[in-house]
Design a protein around this ligand. Structure first.
Ligand SMILES: [Ca+2]
Length: 370
């Protein structure tokens, strides 16, 4: 009403001028609206999941695919929990179940860099997916070699891609060796692997690192922003009967599949006297969604590649200092003396604590499609 009454008292020239100003105003609104939408899209984190699927890999992948904070740009497959061929088949069936054939799924390494593969059907079921037979995939494998696909995507989207490796680090190490420049081009690397409180394969080593310690050492020393989501923090996120019951109340292709996987894992954990199944791989995806879920101080981490009992251990320096021991000559004989401390530059954020209930609820609600 105010605009039309203003029009009535104005000359034709003023009316044209007012229309132009209105048009410019609307145009500016449209431009700002579009740029806001673009910046909102920019807030979505682009991820590549490198995986050895795997039951908890399945949970991690489905969490990523059901989370609006993440844009899964590719899934690359590494041997670990299962063979490379079985892992590729599992990954393809899962993206097909999620109706996401638009996501490239590529095979990669066929074995660790310098040792024989150790597979874990004992823990993950004979097909790696809790013995659940998913329908054949309607998606086809991407013909590119996984490490090459990682390099290609990182170079095409500098400083935008977050790598989320949740298996042995063979593919990531191969990508780094082929093109070291990716170390300065990725946004972040969030690894499920390692531990600063003992292992699960043996007293010292966690399975992903144990399965390719040399690859892990290459990845930890690459000089890129790296977060370690280790065994010890994953052990604090137990998916138990309560969460299983929640998932059982809703239905859908992804919901029902993950319910089956979780049921297998909860029953397995009970068989070994535990109250739930650790959410190792899903927690790495959880950290990509919301880094505030974890407490992760900076530390320097090396991977032991030669220890008699400790090959594959992630050795974390919590103080980021080492003693400077210098060889000195004395009448009674040579010996080393401590002359001070040298600073060690941290190379990883190491997760030491997690808001477990918040993460478990996030997981359940996302899988339920909420
Ligand atoms: Ca895994």
């Amino acid at each position: 009403m105010r605009i039309s009454s203003a029009f009535a008292s104005q000359s034709a020239a003023e009316r044209v001028s007012l229309r132009i100003r209105l048009f410019v105003g609307l145009l500016l609104c449209a431009v700002f609206g579009l740029s806001f939408a673009a910046s909102s899209r920019g807030a979505v984190r682009q991820v590549i999941i490198d995986t050895d699927p795997g039951t908890d890999d399945a949970m991690a992948i489905m969490l990523a695919l059901t989370s609006p904070e993440l844009d899964v740009r590719a899934i690359t497959v590494v041997p670990g929990n299962v063979t490379a061929a079985q892992g590729l088949e599992n990954a393809l069936r899962m993206v097909s179940l999620a109706d996401r054939c638009d996501i490239p799924v590529a095979g990669g390494a066929q074995h660790p860099l310098f040792q024989k593969l150790v597979t874990a059907e004992f823990w993950h079921g004979k097909n790696g997916l809790a013995n659940i037979e998913l329908p054949h995939s309607k998606c086809k494998a991407d013909p590119r070699f996984g490490p090459d696909l990682i390099i290609e995507l990182v170079r095409a989207h500098p400083h935008e891609i977050t790598l989320v490796p949740v298996g042995p680090l063979t593919n990531i190490a191969l990508a780094l060796q082929k093109d070291p420049s990716i170390a300065s081009l990725v946004k972040e690397v969030i690894i499920m692997g390692g531990s600063i409180k003992g292992g699960n394969v043996n007293a010292a080593a966690e399975a992903n690192i144990y399965n390719d310690p040399e690859a892990a050492q290459i990845v930890f020393q690459a000089g890129w922003p790296l977060t370690m989501v280790g065994l010890d923090v994953g052990d604090k996120t137990l998916f138990g009967r309560k969460q299983l019951e929640q998932l059982g109340q809703t239905h859908g292709a992804i919901n029902d599949f993950i319910y089956g996987v979780a049921k297998f894992l909860v029953e397995l954990s009970e068989k070994y006297g535990d109250t739930g199944s650790p959410m190792y791989d899903p927690l790495a995806v959880g950290v990509a969604i919301d880094a505030t879920l974890v407490t992760a101080p900076l530390m320097h981490v090396d991977v032991e590649t030669r220890g008699e009992f400790t090959r594959g251990e992630t050795v974390a320096n919590r103080r980021n200092e080492i003693e400077r021991n210098v060889l000195r000559h004395f009448p009674e004989g040579d010996r080393y003396v401590i002359e001070g401390l040298d600073h060690v530059t941290p190379n990883a954020k190491v997760c030491i604590d997690v808001q477990a209930d918040k993460f478990l609820q996030l997981f359940v609600s996302r899988i339920q499609g909420k």
